[in-house]
Design a protein around this ligand. Structure first.
Ligand code: HEC
Ligand code: HEC
Ligand code: HEC
Ligand code: HEC
Ligand code: HEC
Ligand code: HEC
Ligand code: HEC
Length: 315
């Protein structure tokens, strides 16, 4: 009886250790090479003309935060999955600047696996938005969705405040930043504070509601409406939100309904979300620990087997 118990323990330990090893998201060797330069403020390279090692400063806009990269939807990607493998050498070939990069739709158009996200409908909505109408092709999806950091916050976050802040930061990355604004438009950046001076407690509102609440029509058929309307059509009616049938119930607060539902019924979905985050945040210590457990388990099995054969020989 006690022997069977031992077996069960061994199997449990094995499962546990292999689970922790497999669940880990880590920088690949190829990415480490790129990030040796692109995750730091300075970088080193061998200067073939001078035959010395040179140290230079990295352009701050080309620095990538590797922690945010790993926890993004594409955190498991190699840089090469999107960029040319010719970036391997430094100095990078100047012509690489001309390389056309895949857009979200190049990869996700007609995407069966992620049909739930309705990429094609999003593209259609986006093409009706003021941004696309005014700026055209130069306004790509990645102007809002940083391809290195994008997360599906509205789906995975349990906090409305976090969702609002994540969303509004996307808009403010331009509407509060002259430089980025100029990459898509030649016009002067309007001062948001002035534009919204009719709205009391502006700061509180920008913390509690998303820009898209007032600047898009709520669409029931998907999570996030992408049709930013001209300013004349923006919502300026206080009752739109401050009333019994607030539009927020159908837009921002619908995530809370979804969460409440999944807590009761679809526990599985919730757990797999949690596991995804835990996996992305694992540290080297846990990795070492899981290897130790693994080794001890193997050792225990070996020992057990040796004793059994000795015992059998004796009897
Ligand atoms: C030795 C340091 C170093 C390494 C290693 C490195 N880069 Fe760079 N990279 C730079 C610097 C510096 C720039 C700024 C522009 C320049 O000097 O060409 C840059 C620019 C870039 C750009 C922007 C090009 C543009 O102007 O639009 C991309 C994309 C890029 N690197 C990707 C990569 C990838 C992918 C890897 C890994 C395969 C990589 N880099 C490895 C130093 C490096
Ligand atoms: C999912 C695709 C994707 C992956 C994976 C990816 N990139 Fe990028 N990267 C892009 C796109 C798209 C742009 C252009 C962004 C723009 O112009 O709006 C870009 C731009 C850059 C730039 C120029 C600076 C900037 O933000 O415009 C650098 C540097 C860069 N990438 C380095 C890397 C490195 C290093 C890796 C790997 C750690 C990597 N990228 C992985 C898609 C990707
Ligand atoms: C080079 C092709 C490629 C490009 C470009 C690309 N993706 Fe992805 N994307 C993928 C693949 C492959 C996966 C599945 C990744 C996985 O399962 O680890 C994915 C996963 C996703 C997911 C699902 C995450 C989840 O919950 O599992 C979303 C959302 C997403 N991408 C959005 C975008 C957006 C937005 C863009 C543009 C900024 C984009 N992708 C650009 C290939 C791409
Ligand atoms: C003006 C900014 C903006 C542009 C441009 C934009 N998006 Fe979005 N997108 C958002 C915001 C904000 C969210 C909500 C993010 C969150 O909270 O998860 C979002 C969410 C998404 C989601 C997740 C929806 C879900 O069901 O969880 C996908 C997929 C997506 N966008 C794809 C695209 C594609 C494809 C394009 C280009 C055709 C694009 N987006 C252009 C702002 C933008
Ligand atoms: C409570 C509703 C509401 C919220 C929240 C809101 N806006 Fe507005 N916004 C408006 C209205 C209404 C106008 C039109 C004002 C006018 O024409 O005088 C406007 C105008 C604008 C304009 C046009 C500026 C111009 O004159 O060209 C921009 C850009 C803008 N908003 C961006 C944002 C951004 C970015 C956010 C989030 C940080 C945001 N808005 C949040 C209601 C809102
Ligand atoms: C890459 C930069 C960029 C990002 C990111 C961005 N915008 Fe804009 N937006 C612009 C530019 C540029 C214009 C003005 C176009 C013009 O007049 O040339 C504009 C115009 C607007 C307008 C005014 C339209 C009008 O009628 O004049 C609104 C409203 C607006 N944006 C809301 C948003 C919201 C909401 C988000 C986030 C979901 C967002 N923007 C993200 C660059 C950006
Ligand atoms: C897009 C939805 C929306 C619109 C439109 C809107 N509000 Fe609000 N408002 C909110 C939210 C959400 C809060 C924060 C509630 C909270 O957390 O207490 C808020 C907070 C406030 C507060 C502060 C209340 C407090 O507890 O301190 C005042 C005052 C207010 N709004 C007035 C207005 C007025 C006046 C208008 C019209 C000019 C308006 N709001 C339009 C959503 C909206």
């Amino acid at each position: 009886m006690s022997q069977r118990k031992n077996y069960i323990w061994l199997v449990c330990l094995l499962l546990l250790s292999s689970y922790t090893i497999a669940d880990e998201v880590q920088l690949s060797e190829a990415n480490k090479h790129c990030l040796e330069c692109h995750a730091n403020q300075t970088f080193k390279f061998y200067n073939e003309w001078m035959e010395t090692t040179s140290i230079r400063m990295m352009n701050p806009f080309y620095i990538i935060d590797s922690v945010s990269y790993l926890s993004s939807v594409h955190g498991g990607f190699n840089c090469f999955d999107c960029h040319s493998p010719d970036y391997e050498t430094y100095p990078h070939n100047a012509e690489l600047k001309l390389e056309p990069l895949n857009t979200c739709i190049d990869c996700h158009g007609g995407d069966e696996t992620y049909a739930d996200f309705k990429f094609d409908m999003i593209e259609e909505e986006f093409s009706k938005s003021v941004h696309y109408e005014i700026s055209g092709e130069s306004f790509t999806c990645s102007k809002c969705h940083n391809p290195h950091y994008y997360k599906t916050t509205a789906r995975i976050s349990a906090s409305i405040n976090e969702i609002v802040s994540y969303n509004n930061t996307m808009c403010l990355s331009c509407h509060n930043n002259d430089l980025k604004y100029q990459t898509v438009s030649g016009t002067q950046l309007p001062q948001l504070g002035k534009v919204h001076d009719w709205l009391p407690n502006q700061e509180l509102h920008f913390q509690k509601v998303r820009c898209i609440e007032c600047h898009t029509h709520v669409v029931d058929s998907f999570m996030v409406s992408h049709n930013i309307m001209p300013k004349e059509e923006a919502l300026n009616d206080c009752n739109g939100c401050h009333s019994a049938n607030s539009l927020l119930k159908a837009s921002l607060y619908k995530y809370q309904n979804i969460q409440a539902r999944s807590e009761e019924g679809k526990l599985g979905a919730l757990i797999s979300n949690e596991a995804y985050i835990i996996g992305a945040n694992q540290n080297p210590f846990l990795k070492l620990l899981s290897w130790i457990i693994f080794a001890v388990t193997l050792f225990a099995i070996a020992l057990h087997w040796i004793f059994r054969t000795i015992k059998r020989k004796k009897s």
